[in-house]
Design a protein around this ligand. Structure first.
Ligand SMILES: O=C(NNC1=NCCC1)c1ccc(Br)cc1
Length: 334
């Protein structure tokens, strides 16, 4: 089996939203597919009403195929400090023409302010590894893990785009969706993430710099978060760019010229790595609050996290294969 679903960017490509249907008759929700976590949770009929502002909720009592997972609860917090928690139902979940008959659907009883304020997202679908699923006492499998054995190929692919809809495919690699070759590198899933190491980077037309970047591929994080020395190196090439603590990162004039940023993938011994190039204009993330001339950079430091995060800013410059069958990740230009 294989399937395909369109995914639509929010403002400034802050997140990408994909429609899933839950239950019988189907209840359609718009969710954020997140390779940086492993819980499928949704706003629900049980969510504290003051914390629901415009979201569509899943109501298991209206689904003839819903069954509460007795005694199961969950609580999760994300890298950006947001959080949610609640209880668990098993129900059928469909996405892109694929269905899991008994998927753990984690129903929120409470959500943090970030989720309440985001009227576009009705929940998250984690496509990380089940080892970090947060359901207690028995952790649950992700949608992809439940599908995997029945897929033609044990893969899903992310084809996110700048300011326009992209696509998540499951069970196959669409050879018409990228250019050149896909370069695969092994992943380290010990922490439950799609962890991988880039051999280095280049700023604009500059030389490749051999500096290993240990990170994760995370569709649920908006920006590209890298070691502070690499980030400083990039913004040295941006006229007037500076680090502003009260803005929480590097800012620059919204009309400034921005160099491309390229990161390496794999490299044959002595050979040069494949490069994924992020166009400079993608690095202009958005005007900072209250200004129309000062803009916030899409490349920022990871110093509080430790690992680097190849978030949507990096992913939307590539066609990315999350290969669960071979525990590897593949990157291609497009
Ligand atoms: O939470 C993480 N990714 N997903 C999401 N962020 C915000 C909403 C969803 C995340 C995962 C790993 C590391 Br290391 C840092 C952050």
């Amino acid at each position: 089996a294989h399937g395909s679903a369109e995914t639509t960017p929010g403002p400034h490509d802050v997140e990408y939203l994909t429609t899933i249907s839950i239950g019988t008759p189907p209840q359609n929700l718009s969710i954020n597919i997140d390779t940086g976590s492993s819980d499928l949770w949704v706003f629900s009929a049980e969510t504290t009403s003051s914390e629901v502002k415009g979201q569509t909720v899943y109501d298991p009592s209206l689904s003839s195929t819903a069954a509460q997972l007795q005694g199961a609860t969950w609580q999760i917090s994300y890298g950006d400090g947001s959080s949610s928690g609640g209880d668990v139902y098993l129900d059928r979940v469909a996405l892109g023409g694929l269905t899991v008959a008994a998927q753990a659907v984690e129903c929120a009883r409470n959500v943090s302010g970030e989720f309440t304020a985001d009227g576009s997202s009705d929940g998250l679908m984690g496509l990380g590894f089940g080892v970090i699923n947060m359901v207690k006492p028995v952790r649950q499998k992700t949608f992809f893990e439940n599908l995997q054995a029945g897929l033609d190929e044990a893969v899903f692919t992310a084809d996110l785009k700048h300011g326009m809809p992209g696509r998540y495919n499951f069970g196959y690699v669409d050879s018409s969706a990228y250019t050149g070759d896909i370069t695969y590198v092994p992943i380290n899933s010990t922490d439950g993430y799609w962890g991988w190491t880039s051999p280095g980077y280049a700023v604009g037309s500059g030389a490749f710099k051999d500096e290993a970047i240990v990170g994760i591929a995370d569709t649920g994080t908006t920006l590209l978060l890298l070691p502070s020395d690499i980030v400083a190196d990039y913004y040295r090439q941006v006229d007037g760019a500076k680090y502003e603590r009260n803005q929480g990162g590097y800012v620059f004039g919204c009309d400034v010229a921005l160099p491309d940023f390229a990161f390496g993938v794999g490299h044959t011994a002595g050979g040069s790595p494949a490069m994924i190039k992020i166009p400079g204009k993608y690095v202009n993330y958005a005007p900072v609050g209250g200004s129309s001339t000062k803009c916030y950079g899409g490349i920022q430091s990871n110093d509080f996290i430790g690992a680097s995060i190849f978030g949507d800013l990096a992913l939307k410059a590539a066609f990315v294969v999350f290969d669960g069958g071979n525990m590897r990740i593949g990157w291609a230009s497009k």
